[in-house]
Design a protein around this ligand. Sequence first.
Ligand SMILES: [Zn+2]
Length: 166
Amino acid sequence: MFQYCPTCGTKLVTKLAGDDGEIPYCPHCERFWFPMFADCVIVLVANAQHEIVLAKMPYLSKQYESLISGYIKPGENAESAAIREVQEELGLTGESIEYAGTYWLPKHQMMMHGFMVLVADDQLNLSDELESAEWVSVEAAPAKMWPASPENAALKVCQLYAQQIK
Ligand SMILES: [Zn+2]
């Protein structure tokens, strides 16, 4: 919760905001400051053979692989962010995109927007951010990923994809 207005620095007061209850409010800017969180995309990249990309990010884990992910930039929609991340991290062009749900990560106060992106050319050209990436069958993927947990959005998107291609 904000104590001071992020725009002008005025100490916030609380004010009733309809059904949302008491919310920090800046009397100078005349606006409410609802809790803020980051919006990210988590993207399953698939080819025509139903293989998916699992990538390793050294700052996340030495052991486990995951789907690619990234922050949505201000002014960008979630779909564009997903396509951009696929291009930036893997050097692949998304041919089609499908929504795969949203997932709240309490630990990092993040809203993950899940997507499944189909690519035609599957030649990987990795960014420096990734240690490695590989194509794996969707059946083999879970064993290489973080164990299942309520927070494991990547695994949930994988399961959704596996369900879809049955
Ligand atoms: Zn203010």
